[in-house]
Design a protein around this ligand. Structure first.
Ligand code: JHZ
Length: 396
């Protein structure tokens, strides 16, 4: 077979999306790589071309904490209630448990978490939950199988798409999941990403952006399959996949068949769809730059709100650095007083709203638009404006 992967998007030279810089290292050379995105014609997976080892990305300096957003906390709480009602599992494993935002909804004896970023994992441990500072791999699987036997529920949000060797990931899930067990995973939806031109879903940690079609191909290779899917508003449009062993006779839900149909109709199996997306991304860059330049010309200040990993892609791709954005506000302690990767914009602690002298705010955390607009009613009432890049760059 001829080359099965097609490069369709080049987002230029990028730093690691979560490598926020300490003041003392501002002049140090950053690790950079070329961010190219590919489509695999054979299994329909979309992935980035150049990748890093897990320990380069997920280590004891990792900044992201899922508890920093109310939307995430609420979404996990609701899911936990449903799990208790509908599945009532004996023992749950969470892969990539971050600071324990999901785990906190369960009885401490019922859930075990693994999280390789030690600085984040210790927050969960401090709350007396059973968590391990480990990567999800063969060694962990063996250890857990010996210690706990099988799990009837495995949950993982925004983690499995961050691991390159998916066959190995799912082989290990198969080993630990009971025959009638359920694997629930959540990750950004490729269909939403393409529809809304959110090219910033691509960065070094997001090795894959899954569709139902692509994910199911890899799962089936590993004796697993999706039987249900739910659309979530979280993280700019995600899918929550319910997965089972193929040997399990659970019914395949209509929601999955509908989603597969929608993905096929939109053209997720055709390379042309991806090249068209790349064209829209290019024009999005031009438009965003022209908005910034226009405001800059009038000598108005712009600040950033939510120094997301995603905004690393936008700012570096669009060449928008500290000359355009005065500073970022962010609620995450591990990002505060540091500088954004590549673009070196200072991140300040979010206190009580946006300074009254600011008129323009670039919304890095656009995926929490609703939550943030709600919080910043005063700023909006006074005529404050947000700059947003999706679906097309505009001022709102
Ligand atoms: P948020 C990270 O991506 C990395 P990021 C990772 N690869 C992934 O997949 C997703 O998370 C899940 C701040 N904020 O969630 C907090 C405010 O300041 O979009 C965060 O720094 N005020 C694992 O970084 C950032 O914005 C607020 O009111 O793209 C949001 O980051 C809110 C709501 C957020 O993930």
């Amino acid at each position: 077979m001829k080359n099965k992967t097609i490069e369709f998007l080049d987002l230029g030279m990028q730093p690691l999306a979560n490598a926020f810089i300490d003041q003392k290292n501002l002049n140090k050379k950053e690790t950079k790589y070329r961010l190219k995105v590919c489509f695999n014609k054979q299994n329909f997976l979309v992935s980035i071309k150049n990748t890093f080892s897990s320990n380069k990305m997920f280590n004891k300096t990792y900044p992201y904490r899922s508890s920093m957003s109310k939307s995430v906390t609420n979404s996990f709480k609701k899911l936990a209630e449903n799990i208790k009602k509908k599945i009532n599992p004996r023992l749950i494993l969470e892969i990539g448990s971050n600071d324990g935002t999901f785990m906190r909804n369960f009885n401490k004896k019922k859930i075990i978490g693994i999280e390789p970023c030690k600085n984040i994992e210790k927050i969960t441990k401090k709350k007396k939950f059973n968590s391990y500072p480990l990567y999800w791999n063969n060694k962990t699987t063996k250890l857990f199988k010996k210690k706990y036997g099988e799990f009837d529920l495995i949950f993982s949000a925004n983690t499995l798409s961050h691991i390159k060797n998916l066959d190995n990931v799912f082989k290990n899930v198969y080993r630990l999941l009971s025959d009638d067990g359920v694997l629930i995973i959540e990750d950004p939806s490729l269909l939403e990403c393409l529809k809304t031109n959110t090219y910033d879903q691509f960065y070094n940690e997001h090795i894959y952006v899954f569709s139902c079609i692509g994910l199911n191909e890899v799962l089936k290779k590993n004796k697993l399959e999706i039987y249900n899917v739910e659309k979530l508003n979280i993280h700019g449009g995600s899918n929550r996949y319910y997965i089972k062993k193929i040997i399990n006779k659970k019914r395949i839900e209509k929601s999955l068949l509908n989603q597969i149909l929608n993905e096929t109709k939109y053209g997720l199996k055709k390379k042309k769809t991806y090249f068209n997306f790349a064209k829209r991304v290019k024009s999005s860059k031009q438009k965003l730059r022209s908005i910034f330049k226009e405001i800059n010309k009038k000598k108005n200040k712009i600040i950033g709100y939510g120094a997301t990993a995603k905004s690393t892609t936008i700012l570096n791709y669009c060449d928008l650095d500290h000359k355009y954005i005065d500073y970022f506000l962010d609620t995450t302690p591990n990002k505060q007083n540091k500088y954004t990767p590549g673009t070196k914009i200072k991140i300040l602690k979010y206190k009580n709203g946006i300074n009254k002298n600011i008129k323009y705010v670039f919304l890095g955390a656009w995926n929490f638009k609703k939550e943030i607009f709600n919080k910043e009613k005063k700023f909006i009432k006074k005529g404050g404006k947000f700059i947003i890049h999706t679906p097309f760059p505009k001022i709102i």
